[in-house]
Structures are given as C-alpha cells and as structure tokens.
Design a protein around this ligand. Structure first.
Ligand code: SIN
Length: 319
C-alpha cells in the first residue's frame, strides 16, 4: 500500500541493524551502532516508494542496546510524543538493538498516548552481513505503520508483529529471535501486507499510564535492580543493596513466585525498610499467580525486565 502527504518518522537508536563488521560473513564479531539511520533507509530499495516519499530520518542515539539508559528512553519518548502530535505524521518507526528492545517497547507503551503506531524494529545480522535482515525488517515496519487500524507500541522482526507487553527476545543468534510466548504474535507481514491474527484492526491495550509527566520532570531515576532466585540463593546481595540505598527490587522467582527462604527473609527485611519489592518469574512463559496473604506483590504478568521498567515508573510517580 502507498500513502502520500503523510510523514513516517524513523528514529534511529543504533543496534545491530546499524552494525558493521570487517568481514562480510561475520555475524557475531561486529560493532553495533555504526551506520546512521538516514544511510540505513537509503540502502533499502523500495522503502521511500512504500512510504509515499514521506520518510523522515532522525538520529536519537547511536548505541549498542545493552547500554540502554533511562536518559535515552526519556529523549526517545519525547521525540515520539513530538512527532505523534504532528497531524501530518502517520506513525513512528524506531530502529533499535535487539537486546533490550522489549524493555524500550514497554517503557514507551507505558508513557506514550500512542493512538498512532510506534513500531520498533531491529536486526540480528549487521548491515554488512551477506544476508542482512535489517532491510526487510525496515520495510515490514513501514508496512505495519501503514496497515489500517495499526496503533500503539509494536515490534516487528522476521515478519512477526508483536505487542509491547508480551514481546521477548528468546534466542541469541537466529534471525527469528523474538516471541510473544503463549500470547502469540499479533500478526504477520507478508509481501508488504499485514495479516492480523484476529479479524479486523488490532485493538491494543494502549492506555498510557500517565507516567510521561514524571518522566519529563525526573531529576534522578530510581535505582531498581533485578535479582534471581536459584538453588543456593542467599540474602547477602539484597542486604548489601538495601544498605547502598536501592529503591526497588524485582525478583526473578522460581516457578509461581517462590523464593529461597534466606533470600525471602532478606527481601522482607528490605521491604520493611522501605524498598519496593516485586515478584516476577524466571519461567519463560506464564506469570506469577498471586494468593491472598502474599507478603510480596506479584508483577501482574510482566517479565522481570519489564517489571523493573514498571517499578521505575511507579517510583517516579510517587516522587
Ligand atoms: C544491540 O542490542 O544493540 C546489539 C544486538 C542486536 O541488535 O542484535
């Protein structure tokens, strides 16, 4: 589908999609975030035509997403909000590293009132690969922006369209590295057309949580860590973090929110001292099912890393 008279803004943040390696066949020994977003767009045949000539590139950051920081999230959210408010903008595409894409997606989902599509895309192979996946992912991301009914924060990779809540990187190497687990993909991009998993336009849980104001005004970001329960876990790390002034702890619990008794005792001590503690599960699928009387609250279905984002925003709101 072609559209004219409307802009699609592509915000570049770096990642493997913008990565280069000295040898064309090297898919792991590359450096992420080397190629500017404008150059990436110019390298994709048919992209401008698909977007009706209205593609606008803007470099927001140029980082390997393992180094993602709240300050970059703030800048990104502000640039998204700015462009989404422009009546001429149809939607926003964000090029991003795969490693923390799901955290950025959840952050943006929580802070933006995204009645238009905000589509994150990425690549598992650098721009210099023999068969880079970035160009097709960019084409697919623009197709998702143009798809009727498309809205909210989405992620597109390897032809799958995911929602911000469930998308997760599940593989460190293969091109099809993302999954929405039991929830499944929201749709698929096939030869430039989006086939939604349900009939009709996709309806997303896109209510912004009202966190944008606190993000804009944040003088300092709350310190929130993720810790994991495992065989032989102790409470020493938690006691040390509490002494150092940590404000929030997300526990990647075993199973349905279970925690080694030594770690649990330390978490209860921390909670009594004012540290916010949230239980998620380290299981790849499912969620912690809370029971009446639980001493530590559950993450309402969020994975440990997304529960951390939610807790940061919650602590900001309370500031
Ligand atoms: C990154 O996350 O920036 C590097 C890895 C990737 O994009 O696949």
């Amino acid at each position: 589908m072609q559209v004219s008279g409307q802009k699609i803004v592509v915000l570049g943040t770096g990642g493997t999609i913008a990565g280069t390696s000295a040898q064309a066949g090297d898919n792991i020994g590359y450096t992420a975030a080397q190629v500017g977003v404008e150059q990436l767009l110019n390298a994709v045949p048919g992209l401008q035509a698909l977007a009706g000539g209205g593609l606008v590139a803007e470099q927001v950051a140029q980082i390997d997403s393992k180094d993602m920081e709240c300050e970059v999230w703030r800048t990104l959210a502000l640039r998204c909000a700015h462009h989404l408010n422009d009546p001429e903008v149809r939607g926003v595409v964000i090029t991003h590293g795969t490693d923390t894409l799901e955290e950025t997606a959840w952050f943006l989902h929580e802070v933006l009132d995204a009645r238009k599509p905000v589509v994150l895309t990425c690549a598992m192979r650098p721009a210099t690969a023999l068969t880079p996946d970035g160009p097709q992912n960019l084409l697919d991301a623009v197709a998702v922006v143009l798809a009727p009914g498309s809205m909210g924060v989405l992620a597109v990779a390897a032809g799958d369209v995911h929602g911000a809540r469930h998308v997760q990187k599940v593989h460190p190497y293969r091109v099809n590295a993302f999954s929405s687990g039991e929830a499944g993909a929201l749709g698929w991009v096939e030869e430039g057309t989006v086939r939604w998993a349900f009939n009709g336009p996709v309806v997303l849980e896109n209510q912004a949580s009202g966190a944008m104001n606190s993000v804009v005004n944040a003088a300092a970001w709350p310190w929130v860590e993720v810790i994991m329960n495992h065989a032989g876990a102790s409470g020493r790390a938690v006691d040390a973090l509490a002494r150092e002034g940590v404000q929030g702890l997300v526990v990647a619990c075993t199973g349905n929110g279970t925690i080694h008794h030594d770690l649990e005792a330390a978490l209860l001590r921390a909670q009594t001292a004012g540290v916010r503690v949230v239980r998620s599960t380290r299981c790849a699928e499912g969620q912690v099912l809370p029971k009446p009387g639980d001493a530590l609250p559950a993450s309402q279905g969020l994975s440990p890393v997304k529960a951390r984002v939610a807790l940061i925003l919650d602590l900001l709101r309370m500031d």
